[in-house]
Design a protein around this ligand. Structure first.
Ligand SMILES: CC(C)(COP(=O)(O)OP(=O)(O)OC[C@H]1O[C@@H](n2cnc3c(N)ncnc32)[C@H](O)[C@@H]1OP(=O)(O)O)[C@@H](O)C(=O)NCCC(=O)NCCS
Length: 326
């Protein structure tokens, strides 16, 4: 038995911040941002919205698409690094909001790779028959931990949520075929939120030093991203005795257009096979992969039997890739 992605959903908050808006906040310009990242605008949470609110909308849409009643969900896993509260989990909050009391619910912390990690965990439960279905969500409100005076980071991030419903299948031609996950903890310093955790709890000093915001060495992240994504894609394709030429569609974490272009170039996969939406949303962290999957799915791209290659990388550094037969 394998698990199958039986429904997808996504949600982006209404408020849009354009590159022109950012020009008023920091020393940057639309041309620089578009050339270096491909991003033109991003969606940003309203004052009264938290990550679980985004997750709820995306989940409802995915459950609807899968024909599954929220009350019947047996497992909820949320990839996020911007939970509503340090604890409990967004998974627990989401379960409550869905009116579900059956599912066990928890979060997975793997930054922008969070939804791929969450998918991998839920896949094991569904494929072994431990649960009959699972709701996998990637949701982040990264703009809540973004320093709007730091032009190195504030141009990149946006908010959103994506969701996937997993069900079991006996069809040998379909389902999640392989997932490969990796972490390199020596790279923690190049992308992290240094303050506000147990190492340096929230305090006047943390706020003064702005260490509760994302800090990033963009050049280092860029290099690691291209190398790691290529390697894990080749690895997961080899697991299934496939080559990049066998891939029908690519669903990739939307970090930066240049990272994706370089990775696709190395894999010799044409850009036309990769759904791109970072122009509209920026880097939405864990939400990125399931939002992208949902857009491609609803646009009619994905047909039963198609080979879909998913990839993501984020702080940790944590990364991975997956092969799915749609
Ligand atoms: C952040 C990123 C876009 C910067 O692009 P880059 O080509 O590496 O740019 P650099 O950092 O080398 O900076 C080049 C110049 O632009 C300047 N610059 C940086 N940010 C700028 C901005 N927003 N607007 C205008 N100029 C900017 C720099 O100060 C630097 O100027 P200098 O040459 O006078 O020192 C790029 O490194 C990147 O995308 N990295 C990966 C980030 C990412 O994806 N993170 C999430 C992973 S999940």
């Amino acid at each position: 038995m394998r698990s199958l992605i039986a429904g997808t959903g996504s949600y982006a908050p209404e408020k849009i911040v354009t590159n022109a808006d950012l020009e008023k906040l920091v020393d940057t310009n639309d041309q620089w941002i578009v050339e270096r990242t491909g991003i033109r605008e991003r969606h940003v949470v309203a004052d009264d919205q938290a990550t679980s609110d985004l997750a709820l909308e995306a989940s409802r849409r995915a459950l609807d698409a899968a024909g599954l009643d929220a009350k019947d969900v047996e497992m909820i896993v949320v990839g996020t690094v911007t939970p509503d509260y340090p604890f409990p989990s967004v998974g627990a909050v989401l379960q409550g909001k869905l009116g579900n009391r059956k599912a066990f619910a928890f979060d997975v912390s793997a930054a922008c790779a969070g939804s791929l990690y969450a998918l991998s965990v839920a896949d094991r439960f569904v494929a072994t028959g431990a649960v009959k279905n699972a709701l996998v969500v990637g949701a982040d409100a990264l703009t809540r931990i973004t320093d709007w005076t730091d032009r190195n980071t504030c141009i990149l991030f946006g908010d959103g949520a994506g969701a996937m419903v997993l069900k079991p299948t006996d069809d040998p031609q379909r389902g999640i075929r392989a997932v490969r996950l990796h972490t390199d903890g020596s790279l923690v310093p190049i992308l992290l939120q240094p303050g506000g955790g147990s190492r340096d709890p929230i305090s006047e000093k943390v706020v003064r030093e702005k260490s509760h915001y994302v800090k990033m060495n963009g050049r280092e992240v860029f290099k690691v991203a291209v190398r790691s994504l290529e390697e894990s894609c080749r690895e997961v394709l080899a697991d299934e005795k496939l080559t990049p030429g066998d891939v029908t569609w690519v669903i990739a974490h939307q970090a930066n257009k240049r990272i994706l272009d370089a990775t696709l170039h190395r894999l010799e996969i044409p850009e036309s096979k990769c759904w791109m939406n970072l122009e509209k949303y920026g880097n939405t962290s864990a939400a990125s992969v399931p939002m992208t999957l949902d857009e491609a799915n609803r646009a009619g791209w994905l047909k039963p039997g198609d080979t879909v290659l998913m990839m993501a990388i984020g702080g940790g550094m944590a990364w991975g890739a997956s092969v799915v037969r749609w």
